[in-house]
Design a protein around this ligand. Structure first.
Ligand code: CUA
Length: 343
């Protein structure tokens, strides 16, 4: 298929997998269509009424025949479902140790932030041979982040985070499209992803200017917004300490246990009363809805993530008083995994 210019270039491990499914679908549909039309034509001639023919005796159905022509196609079609589901879950469930890149869509551009603090507009740089996870956010309406060469796309919905991951294989420059109509200049919401080998990527990262890593920028915001007065890092404050929270289960006042992921942290900043941590109170923290930009939110999240990465299982006990929460042991294991996400 590679030489056929009908298809975009293949530049990630996902490309071939999606193409294989697509070709399977085309071939099966082609075979089915041809078969049906051949049968229609053949039977039209074979059973055409000839002079002198009498009308045949009507047949009122045949269970074995009907089951056969229903069940066999159903089984074949279910292969699409199973195969598609497998691919879907594979690419929307990032593995551990990904390189995280933050993408914010707004009318009509893509803003990209890297953990080390580099920022770009409508340009995404990724290395080959390493799983890259995109965390997608929108500042206004629904966009869709589509990289045809990777055969991957996901809607970017305001008010939530979406993610997918890929592993690029072939250096080059490939299109990024917005694949969801988002207003006047939707068709110009185009960018480029540059795939580089790891050495070139390292050089590129080193050459790009930064105003501090995302975590450092998040820490500044953390102080600027006064979060630090209540979320005291290593002792009991009016609000839960945020050390070693990210990626761990959190027990809530209403008895539920939730995972402290990007969406949880985001919600807790914008609408703190939505989920109250066990042992703490409502209406202590101000609502930051509309106060912080999407970019700022992502920086704060990376900062809070970094608080869980710094401490290794050995240093964890110091937090127990500040976080009267859940099982520590499995939580620490997760922290170890998360640690690899960012160097
Ligand atoms: Cu953004 Cu279409």
């Amino acid at each position: 298929m590679g030489s056929l210019s009908l298809f975009p270039a293949r530049a990630a491990t996902s490309s071939g997998q999606v193409d294989a499914l697509y070709m399977f679908l085309v071939v099966i549909c082609g075979v089915m269509t041809v078969l049906i039309f051949l049968c229609v034509t053949f039977f039209a001639f074979k059973y055409r009424r000839k002079p002198g023919d009498r009308p045949p005796k009507p047949i009122h159905g045949s269970i074995p025949l009907e089951l056969t022509w229903s069940l066999i196609p159903l089984m074949i079609m279910l292969i699409f479902f199973a195969w598609g589901t497998k691919l879907y879950f594979e690419y929307y469930t990032p593995p551990k140790g990904t390189l995280d890149i933050y993408v914010t869509g707004k009318q009509w551009m893509w803003k990209i932030q890297y953990p080390d603090g580099q920022r770009e507009i409508d340009e995404l740089h990724v290395p080959t041979g390493r799983p890259v996870k995109l965390i997608l956010a929108s500042e206004d309406v629904i966009h869709s982040f589509y990289i045809p060469a990777f055969r991957l796309k996901h809607d970017v919905v305001p008010g939530s985070y979406q993610t997918y991951w890929f592993e690029a294989t072939t250096p080059g420059r490939y299109h990024i499209f917005c694949a969801e109509y988002c207003g006047t200049n939707h068709s110009r919401m185009i960018g480029w992803v540059t795939v580089m080998d790891p050495v070139a990527y390292g050089n590129w990262l080193a050459g790009a200017t930064t105003g501090g890593s995302m975590a450092e920028q998040g820490e500044k915001l953390f102080e600027q917004y006064g979060c630090v007065t209540c979320h005291v890092l290593d002792k009991q404050g009016r609000c839960p300490s945020l050390r070693n929270v990210f990626g761990h289960p959190v027990q809530l006042e209403d008895g539920r246990t939730v995972l402290a992921d990007e969406a949880y942290v985001r919600e807790s900043i914008l609408n703190p009363n939505a989920k109250i941590v066990k042992g703490y109170h409502r209406d202590i923290m101000p609502v930051f809805q509309g106060q912080i930009s999407e970019d700022g939110l992502l920086q704060l999240i990376v900062f809070i993530k970094s608080l869980a990465q710094e401490s290794t299982p050995g240093t964890a006990p110091s937090l127990t008083p500040a976080r009267p929460v859940a099982p520590e042991a499995p939580a620490n294991k997760q922290a170890g995994g998360k640690q690899a996400q960012k160097q």
